[in-house]
Design a protein around this ligand. Structure first.
Ligand code: HEC
Ligand code: HEC
Ligand code: HEC
Ligand code: HEC
Ligand code: HEC
Length: 217
């Protein structure tokens, strides 16, 4: 008996299953990308033991980020300051302010203040502060205008797509290294961010990793 279907039709079922798998994969990837709490972290502002005002200390008093986050330029992690750092001033200033109660209690007991962590990258991805800060990426690109925040909240999603977006176009964020801690810096002399960023990218040979192993080591 003659075969009424061409030979290749044996594979149609397989092809259909394959297409469904691909579509299903894409849909669940999209679901994870858009709907997981990761994407919704923007705006996260936990209640802290002390409502520490960055605007007062940085903008009003003129303090440098490194006074408190002293490891940010030299290490993978940026540290949160110890109670001792606060008490350099607060043994004298605002000694009876109730907002500083948890600082004084920590000072007396010797137990650290339980600050609530805001930004966090999962362990399976590698992130390093120093490599970014020392290559002309400012805190403001990844944390927003901390210097004008009353209490810190998360400003950027910090998802994988967000990391890659900058790694593909670092010129949108590169600035002179001596302006990294100046969160209000703007390009001057009529130059655009693109012009300055592109020039720096070429000059320093900037080439952030886009391959999986670059961040998943
Ligand atoms: C006087 C000390 C001090 C200075 C100066 C300071 N910070 Fe902080 N910073 C803190 C403390 C304390 C916390 C933890 C409490 C909180 O999150 O509000 C913190 C938290 C943060 C966080 C959130 C950390 C997390 O949990 O994810 C970021 C981001 C940050 N600071 C960035 C900056 C930047 C950028 C500057 C400079 C413009 C700066 N800080 C200057 C003391 C300081
Ligand atoms: C270099 C000195 C200095 C350091 C270090 C410092 N502060 Fe302050 N802080 C001040 C001064 C000065 C004021 C008062 C500002 C004003 O009156 O407007 C203040 C005000 C405050 C206030 C009160 C704000 C209000 O609205 O009442 C809090 C809370 C505070 N600081 C927390 C901290 C914490 C927590 C640390 C450590 C992470 C810290 N400070 C480190 C100088 C400092
Ligand atoms: C390229 C993006 C990027 C830049 C630039 C950057 N940060 Fe971060 N920051 C992050 C990420 C991502 C985390 C979460 C890190 C983790 O979980 O290990 C973080 C976490 C922090 C924390 C919490 C403690 C920690 O290390 O986990 C502090 C404090 C902080 N950053 C301060 C700063 C300061 C100050 C600057 C500027 C000098 C800065 N960051 C620049 C992305 C950045
Ligand atoms: C605003 C821009 C920007 C963002 C956002 C950013 N990066 Fe980068 N990243 C860079 C630049 C610039 C370099 C330096 C490239 C160079 O030196 O050639 C870099 C380098 C790196 C490197 C290479 C470090 C090394 O030791 O070689 C890793 C890993 C990395 N980034 C991970 C991340 C991760 C993970 C995130 C997201 C949580 C992230 N980056 C977000 C701009 C960015
Ligand atoms: C620039 C750094 C960077 C590169 C390059 C990168 N990733 Fe990621 N990846 C991350 C970060 C950061 C996270 C965690 C994101 C979060 O917390 O939302 C992540 C998360 C993931 C996850 C978990 C997804 C989820 O929703 O939690 C998978 C799977 C993944 N990456 C695979 C890959 C593959 C495959 C590649 C290569 C095509 C790649 N990554 C390249 C930074 C990177």
């Amino acid at each position: 008996m003659a075969n009424i279907f061409p030979r290749s039709s044996n594979y149609i079922a397989l092809k259909v299953i394959f297409c469904l798998l691909v579509l299903g994969g894409a849909a669940s990837a999209a679901y994870f990308y858009y709907l997981t709490p990761d994407y919704m972290r923007v705006g996260y502002q936990p209640v802290q033991p002390v409502p520490f005002p960055h605007d007062v200390h940085v903008t009003q008093l003129g303090m440098d980020c490194r006074y408190c986050h002293s490891y940010v330029q030299v290490s993978e992690h940026s540290n949160i300051p110890t109670t001792q750092t606060c008490m350099n001033c607060h043994t004298q200033v605002q000694r009876n302010n109730p907002k500083l109660l948890a600082v004084r209690q920590s000072w007396e007991s010797g137990r650290p203040i339980n600050w609530v962590r805001i930004h966090q990258v999962p362990d399976f991805a590698y992130f390093n502060h120093a490599v970014h800060v020392d290559r002309g990426i400012s805190c403001v690109s990844c944390h927003g205008k901390i210097n004008h925040m009353d209490v810190v909240y998360q400003d950027q999603s910090q998802t994988m797509g967000w990391c890659l977006n900058c790694h593909r176009h670092p010129e949108n964020n590169l600035r002179p290294v001596n302006q990294v801690f100046n969160l209000d810096w703007k390009p001057d002399n009529g130059e655009s961010q693109q012009q300055i960023g592109s020039a720096l990218k070429q000059q320093w040979n900037i080439n952030p990793p886009q391959n999986c192993a670059g961040c998943h080591r």
